[in-house]
Structures are given as structure tokens and as C-alpha cells.
Design a binder for this molecule. Structure first.
Ligand SMILES: Cc1ncc(COP(=O)(O)O)c(C=O)c1O
Length: 419
């Protein structure tokens, strides 16, 4: 069960809890500071977006939920729809011809974007698929162990539950209490929990729960020293912050296209370091790592070509600039939340452990699912409901299309609801 399906369910049940009288008509939000105009009255681009019409959010919506699903900017959608239309002209002609070649170009581009060789990159449909391929592609013996954390998203955890059930693998789980934010303590806990039978250290790059930037390089080095594989769930990182898999030093890195990269839904990347050889050997890679092979079959060609356009879109702005923008908005929010009663920020303070995700805990009397519904219905602000097994709170994503006005609108809404 994904935390996103949990939040959707929380939302549906919570909507009923918001009284009809409290629901402000959408038209009241039609003009918002986030939809600012230029001096000549034209709509201004959002945040770092090059063009004013790059994003098609419903009028007035403040979207702070990229961590669950990112929007698709216009140029990305256009590339995908153009490809789809081309396919109608001669499906096999394009699909096994120009489009197949173009998909190899996307692989090369995506590989360069995360700092690896094209041969080390596989196109997938999502982070979960990448993690599944890793877990299923390893050879297991009963009694092998996997070491992970209690903050993994189901997309990075279910694969290990599967090998535990199917192959008698034991799971060891390191605790990372939300709000602790101590990188050295995490590394120490991992080091202590490794046993002679530990085969894999599996952890997120940015925690889904709090956005904590994990000490990936240190954990990868630890894994190598102890003869284990370092497997990273990078769902929340790629596109929102700079990712360099070689600098991180992990063996494998799975990520999504449809979150921070803002690629079409159903796209993902999997890095498998060349040094692995056939250590991770799942069926879909039996015939090689190209976008189309005998063992992969046909993928969503328009979406993959849209993924290439998404990498181009972010690269044209510059990932360093995107990361700085996202973190600056996070810092603004972090500072402003100091003055909001009843919320407890559990994410790391601005600095090396912070990320474009910020989570706050609500008082027990304020249910996070209902609060999400209130923010959406009364204030037209979309945030995430953090799964209850982690904490009673909401998570905020700040990406390149967000602005200071978006952050300020959220803070104002929190103040008015929690006063
Ligand atoms: C850390 C993490 N891993 C995996 C996933 C699942 O991503 P996908 O649906 O692309 O497989 C998510 C989604 O929110 C996530 O936050």
C-alpha cells in the first residue's frame, strides 16, 4: 500500500468532515499572487519556469505536492503528444524506427543527468519497479539479511518484504525517529546493525516522511567496506536536487520520472553500476539494457520521449539553480513556521541535511487527513498527508514552479486554521 494511496483515502474520508459552509467556491481563488502578472498585464511565468503557460494547474491552486506526483510542463507534454500522433501515422514504422532510436537518446541524456554511463542506465516505469528489479535480480540464500530503515516508502520496502517471504531473507530495520536529523547517528546505527550475513543496505536518498537528506555517500562507503551492496531509493531526489550517482558511491539507484523530474507518469530510471556485472540480473534485462529489447517488450514510447524533454526542461534552467530555488523556498517556510502556533517542524533546519521537502507535525486533536481537506477546500492548497505510522502531519514540496507567494499563502492558511 503506497503512502500516496493512503493520503488519497484520508482525503476522501476527510472531505466529508469539512462542513459545506466552510468550503469556499473555487472562483474565489481564481486570481492569486502565485499567478502574478507582468507590468504589461500578461501572466508572469511561475518561479523559474521559462514561459507563463508552462503549467496548467486549475486556477488559483497552490500545488505543494510534487513529492507525490509532479506536473508535466507544456514542452514535455507536447513532446509526448507529438510522439503519440507520429505513432498513429505508422505505428511500427516509428515505434521500431525513429522512436526506438530517440529512446536511446533519452537513455543517454538521463544517464548524463545523474552522472553515469549510458550502459549503466535502464528506463523503468517508476522507482518501485526499479527497486523490484534489484531485489528480484539478486540471488538469495535463506539466512541472508537486508538492512533498511523504518522510514522507507512502500515502493522501496515491499521488494525486501517479498524476498523475505519468498527466499527466507531476514530484514533488519534501523530507526530514524522523525525530527532527530542526525546523520552521524544514522551511520553509526547502520554500522552496528550489519552482520556477516548482511547482503544489502537499502535506504532513501531523501526520506519520504521528513525529507531528511540521508548520508548516502557515508552509508555507501560503509556498505563497500563491509562487503555489502548499497541500494538507494532516489524517488524524492532526481529533478529537485542535483544527483550524481558516482559521487554518492552507491551500487544501484532507482528513481521516478513523474515526481521532481516532471516527466509523464509511468516513467523512471534505474542506475546499475557497471562494477555489478550480472550480480543484479532481473528478467527484463536478459536481452540488454536498451529501451526496447526482446526481454523488455514495448514500453510507453510517448512517455519515454516526454521523459527526455523533461530532462531538457530542467537542464535548460540548470539543476543547481533549481535546487537553490527549492531550498530557498524551504528555508522561507521553515523560518515562517517558527511563528505558527501548534505545528512542530520535524524536517532538518536549513543546511546540509535539508531538502525541498518539509514536514510538520500537527497536534493530536487536528487530524492530518482532515487538515489536508481543509487546506484544499478552504484555501485551495494541495499538500501531502504523511502516513499515520510515521506521524500526524503534512508534507510540503517546493519545486521550480513554486514561488514565495505560494509559501506565504500556506503560512497564512496555517495561521488562520490553527490560531
Ligand atoms: C521514497 C519513495 N520511494 C518510492 C516511491 C514510489 O514511487 P513510484 O510510484 O514512482 O514507484 C515514493 C513515492 O512517493 C517515495 O517517496
Amino acid at each position: 500500500m503506497s503512502d500516496d494511496s493512503t493520503s488519497r483515502r484520508d482525503f476522501l474520508s476527510a472531505v466529508g468532515a469539512v462542513s459545506a459552509a466552510a468550503i469556499v467556491p473555487r472562483s474565489a481563488f481564481a486570481v492569486r499572487a502565485s499567478e502574478a502578472r507582468t507590468s504589461t498585464g500578461e501572466p508572469a511565468p511561475r518561479g523559474l519556469a521559462p514561459s507563463a503557460d508552462d503549467f496548467a494547474f486549475e486556477p488559483g491552486l497552490v500545488y505543494l505536492q510534487t513529492g507525490s506526483l509532479g506536473p508535466t510542463p507544456r514542452p514535455v507534454m507536447e513532446r509526448a503528444t507529438t510522439a503519440w500522433k507520429e505513432l498513429q501515422r505508422n505505428p511500427a514504422g516509428y515505434g521500431y524506427g525513429a522512436h526506438e532510436q530517440a529512446m536511446e537518446g533519452v537513455r543517454a541524456k538521463a544517464a548524463a543527468f545523474i552522472g553515469c554511463a549510458t550502459d549503466e542506465l535502464v528506463l523503468t516505469t517508476c522507482t518501485t519497479a526499479g527497486m523490484n528489479w534489484i531485489a528480484q535480480g539478486l540471488t538469495w540464500a535463506a539466512g541472508d539479511r537486508v538492512l533498511t530503515t523504518d522510514q522507507e516508502h512502500p515502493g522501496g520496502r515491499v521488494c525486501w518484504d517479498y524476498v523475505a517471504r519468498r527466499h527466507g531473507v531476514a530484514l533488519d530495520v534501523v530507526a530514524i525517529p522523525p525530527g532527530e536529523n542526525d546523520a552521524q547517528a544514522i551511520v553509526d546505527r547502520f554500522a552496528k546493525a550489519i552482520t556477516p550475513r548482511t547482503r544489502v543496505l537499502s535506504f532513501s536518498h531523501l526520506l519520504s516522511s521528513t525529507g531528511l537528506r540521508m548520508p548516502v555517500a557515508e552509508l555507501s562507503a560503509l556498505a563497500r567496506r563491509r562487503g555489502c551492496l548499497a541500494v538507494v531509493d532516489g524517488a524524492q531526489a532526481t529533478g529537485g536536487i542535483a544527483v550524481d550517482v558516482k559521487a554518492l558511491g552507491c551500487h544501484a539507484y532507482a528513481t521516478s520520472g513523474h515526481k521532481w523530474l516532471m516527466a509523464p507518469p509511468g516513467t523512471g530510471l534505474l542506475y546499475l553500476s557497471e562494477e555489478l556485472g550480472k550480480t543484479i540480473d532481473p528478467i527484463p534485462l536478459e536481452s540488454g539494457r536498451a529501451a526496447y529489447t526482446a526481454s523488455s517488450g514495448v514500453c510507453s514510447i510517448p512517455s519515454v520521449l516526454g521523459l527526455g524533454a523533461a530532462v531538457d526542461y530542467i537542464s535548460a534552467i540548470g539543476i543547481a539553480k533549481v535546487e537553490a530555488h527549492n531550498l530557498a523556498l524551504g528555508r522561507r517556510l521553515f523560518e515562517a513556521l517558527r511563528g505558527v502556533p501548534k505545528v512542530r517542524v520535524v524536517s532538518a533546519a536549513p543546511g546540509p541535511l535539508a531538502s525541498p521537502l518539509l514536514t510538520f507535525e500537527l497536534p493530536a486533536a487536528v487530524k492530518s487527513g482532515e487538515f489536508h481537506a481543509t487546506l484544499l477546500q478552504k484555501h485551495h492548497i494541495e499538500v501531502k498527508v504523511v502516513p499515520g505510522n510515521w506521524l500526524n502531519g503534512n508534507r510540503i514540496s517546493t519545486h521550480l514552479f513554486n514561488t514565495e507567494h505560494d509559501v506565504d499563502a500556506l503560512v497564512e492558511a496555517l495561521r488562520s486554521e490553527l490560531a
